[in-house]
Design a protein around this ligand. Structure first.
Ligand SMILES: Nc1nc2c(ncn2[C@@H]2O[C@H](COP(=O)(O)OP(=O)(O)OP(=O)(O)O)[C@@H](O)[C@H]2O)c(=O)[nH]1
Ligand SMILES: [Mg+2]
Length: 328
């Protein structure tokens, strides 16, 4: 055993020995490998570990194929939209979800910390939007179900680290997504070979925009970037631009908040019914209760495009902030 191994190697080795699953063993072994200095004296050790790693990966894959599907990768939707945070390792995905939501995913400066998706709810204005942290996409073995989750996302937040080759990270992440038939929505019109692809709205978050000279580095990044990308420089650490991010997500989801009112009573303006797009009165009624949908006699609306208490039809298109009184 070479004597010049760093302490991080031994931490990873401890995790390897304590691991209870192949996936944990793979993560620990990958980290051990990345911590071994590359020189002649370590050639044999590294080759031996690589062999062990590939055996483990084959075993993990075959177990996956025969075993039952991994339910941790099926994240039930909550709230008006599911926003999935993706990117390479160590870019700050978990830190972002931990900062903006009630979830507490592990944040660490060692690579490959996150193993499973974990959702949290992010308050924006008076609604809660779901953000989902995910394992890094630069891992050798990736759960196919991870891509099902990303494919169904309402918005993908693609995080890169401004301080570590952000351009390569962006290209690399987009390439991994594309291999799994996921592409950014804004490229759809120009895509000449888009057969089979699912286009998902995507925002690039250029994280770790803190520290000396980060504005200039961000400028250079933008200059080198080809094409028009929706992107936002942020710092999870300092909170820079995170309010803008929250409102961007809110706008992108096209959220419409409707407040219901009982006849003769004041509306409850604290807790809206949250819908998206251009919901009709009928759709709102069915969201409240099936009886309202089937037996609706009349409805009145207080809102920006109506006069107070105006009677409306079932096909009236509701606006954000409308107060609705249903009668059955
Ligand atoms: N300077 C700086 N460091 C940050 C920022 N955001 C996250 N970090 C640090 O970056 C490291 C990695 O953060 P994580 O949130 O664990 O990264 P991740 O993308 O979830 O990593 P994986 O789970 O391995 O995919 C941690 O040490 C964080 O404290 C930031 O805005 N600025
Ligand atoms: Mg993480």
């Amino acid at each position: 055993m070479p004597t010049n191994l760093p302490p991080e190697y031994f931490d990873a080795e401890k995790r390897y020995k304590a691991a209870e699953s192949d996936l944990e063993r793979i993560a620990a072994l990958e980290e051990m490998l990345s911590k071994i200095p590359k020189h002649k004296g370590t050639d044999k050790l590294r080759a031996d570990y690589r062999r062990r790693l590939s055996k483990l990966k084959i075993s993990a894959k075959s177990k996956k194929q025969t075993g039952k599907r991994n339910s941790a990768f099926r994240v039930p939707r909550e709230g008006p939209g599911q926003v999935v945070v993706v990117g390479f390792s160590n870019v700050g995905k978990s830190a972002l979800v931990a900062r903006l939501t009630n979830a507490t995913p592990e944040v660490a400066d060692t690579p490959f910390t996150t193993w499973q998706p974990s959702p949290g709810m992010m308050p924006v204005e008076n609604v809660q939007i779901q953000l989902v942290d995910t394992p890094p996409l630069d891992r050798d073995y990736l759960e196919p179900e991870l891509f099902d989750l990303i494919r169904r996302a309402d918005i993908i937040l693609l995080v890169v680290d401004l301080q570590t080759y952000p351009l390569q990270q962006l290209e690399g992440t987009v390439a991994v997504l594309r291999e799994h038939l996921i592409a950014p929505k804004h490229l759809e019109a120009a895509d000449s070979d888009g057969s089979g692809l699912v286009y998902v709205p995507l925002l690039v978050l250029v994280n770790k925009c803190d520290g000396d000279g980060c504005d200039e580095v961000f400028e250079v990044f933008c200059e080198l970037l080809e094409g028009d990308w929706p992107l936002l420089a942020v710092s999870v650490e300092t909170g820079y631009n995170l309010e803008i991010l929250k409102h961007y997500i809110f706008e992108q989801l096209d959220i419409v908040r409707i407040y219901s009112k009982m006849p003769g009573k004041e509306p409850d303006l604290e807790t809206p019914f949250v819908m998206r797009g251009r919901p009709t009165l009928e759709e709102f009624a069915s969201k409240i209760h099936h009886d309202f949908y089937t037996n609706l006699k009349s409805a009145r609306v207080w809102g920006s495009t109506t006069f107070d208490g105006q009677q409306v039809n079932r096909d009236y298109v509701l606006q954000d902030g409308d107060v609705v009184e249903l009668k059955i």
